[in-house]
Design a protein around this ligand. Structure first.
Ligand code: NAD
Length: 251
């Protein structure tokens, strides 16, 4: 578990150990973890014996994801990445490493979020406009969330394929800059909220003549990501190359 001392690393180490057949054997982090949960601690993957592990899970920060991908490629070990906020260059370095080993990367491992996005894709062609509100804890460093960008991209692609074009935006005068959020393409707007007390939440709002549809998902605590990560761990060694998202593994 790379990033094993972080909020996600600690929650995953504790809860993945409860799943039959899974043992978190090493926590890798630049700082020592509060709890080991039966694992050993290493300050770098270079100090981990590759023959002792089957899969690496990375919930750290973008720069270390590339190092994890190269280490996994060199040792032909599957890699599951939850870290968000990678630059284009970091993302293509990760994809290049996937030529040598299976890598599954997902912006959101919670099953509710995955299903919410699927339902949104079903609704996307039928409504005039779509906006997304994503809400996270106030220590999140990137905005908008990777989850909201992925949802917006999928919604936009489904709408384009169905020939649905969002009408022009009538709002032209802005008393406060940014009031209409960020345009993720074809007028699909994303609004980011950051507040203490929140974990990870998202509302996808559809509007049409005389009706609206809201698809809302809430992660109340970090256990919401455990099942999805365990699904990715189960598939990564038998799935060569780079896979974006775990939608295909959730039948
Ligand atoms: P965090 O800051 O609590 O933890 C990150 C950890 O990474 C820290 O302990 C830090 O010391 C460690 N780290 C930094 N550099 C490192 C390096 N070079 N090698 C090893 N460890 C290093 O953050 P968090 O809330 O646990 O989130 C971690 C990442 O996971 C973020 O990118 C967040 O957006 C993402 N996340 C993804 C999902 C998902 O479902 N995909 C869910 C929640 C969070």
């Amino acid at each position: 578990m790379v990033g094993g001392s972080g909020r996600m690393g600690q929650a995953l180490a504790e809860n993945l150990n409860l799943i039959d057949g899974l043992v978190v054997s090493a926590l890798v982090d630049v700082r020592e973890p509060d709890h080991l949960f039966g694992a050993t601690y290493a300050s770098s993957l270079a100090d981990v014996e590759p023959s002792q592990i089957d899969v690496v899970v990375d919930f750290s920060q973008p720069a270390s994801v590339v190092a994890s991908a190269r280490w996994c490629a060199a040792h032909k070990i599957g890699l599951v990445i939850g870290t968000t906020g990678l630059t284009e260059e970091q993302r293509s370095d990760v994809e290049a490493a996937a030529a040598s080993t299976g890598i599954i990367m997902a912006p959101n491992f919670s099953l509710g979020a995955i299903l919410g996005e699927r339902f949104a894709a079903m609704a996307a062609p039928y409504f005039e406009r779509v906006e997304i509100i994503e809400l996270h804890h106030d220590r999140k460093v990137d905005a908008p969330s990777g989850t909201s960008i992925t949802a917006a991209t999928r919604i936009r692609d489904v709408r384009a394929a169905a020939g649905r074009v969002t009408p022009d935006e009538p709002t032209q005068r802005f008393t406060l800059e940014g009031a209409r959020g960020a345009n993720a393409g074809d007028g699909v707007r994303i609004h980011s909220v950051r507040l203490p007390g929140l974990v990870a939440h998202q509302e996808i709002l559809f509007g049409g003549p005389g009706e609206g549809l809201t698809i809302r998902h809430d992660s109340y605590d970090r256990r919401s990501f455990v099942q999805g990560v365990s699904i990715a761990v189960a598939h990564v060694s038998s799935t060569p190359g780079f896979t974006w998202g775990i939608d295909d593994f959730v039948a």
